[in-house]
Design a protein. Structure first.
Length: 154
């Protein structure tokens, strides 16, 4: 029996601007009557996918921005040991620059399980991050495996 499998690619969502730029303050020109500025309204965003949340969470730990225990309740089984071992070398930090998720995708081998792959950029360097998520009986997602690709030889 063969089941259909799908692979999904997503991009990180752009963060909406918090405020409007300041209005014109040049006093050399006559000003028209001004209406009070309206606050920007951003359309409601759907909640982020669990793969996006975990990619950001792992990125913070593997770049040394957050300690491993910060993510401990979201990591299960031997993945915590793997994450601790990986985080010791901060593999996603290059010359002190902050890494970002360039591209993320996932594959769902069965309901409640995601195998996730992400391209992480730090300056001009790109690294691969892969992890697996399982949906627990308590309806919470937990990471059960994590790997970081070795840097390309220089």
């Amino acid at each position: 029996m063969h089941t259909a499998m799908s692979k999904v690619m997503t991009r990180p969502r752009p963060r909406p601007a918090a405020t409007r730029p300041p209005g014109r303050t040049d006093t050399r020109r006559p000003s028209a009557p001004r209406t009070p500025p309206r606050p920007l309204r951003t359309p409601p965003q759907p909640p982020p996918h669990p793969t996006e949340l975990f990619a950001e969470r792992l990125l913070l730990v593997l770049s040394g921005q957050k300690p491993v225990h910060w993510a401990a309740r979201h990591i299960a089984h031997t993945a915590f040991d793997d994450l601790t071992r990986l985080a010791a070398s901060a593999p996603l930090t290059v010359n002190g620059r902050r890494p970002t998720v360039h591209r993320i995708g996932h594959y769902e081998p069965r309901p409640g399980v995601y195998e996730v792959f992400a391209r992480i950029g730090t300056g001009s360097a790109l690294r691969a991050l892969a992890f697996r998520l399982h949906l627990g009986e308590d309806a919470r997602w937990r990471c059960t495996a994590v790997e970081v690709g070795a840097p390309a030889p220089s």
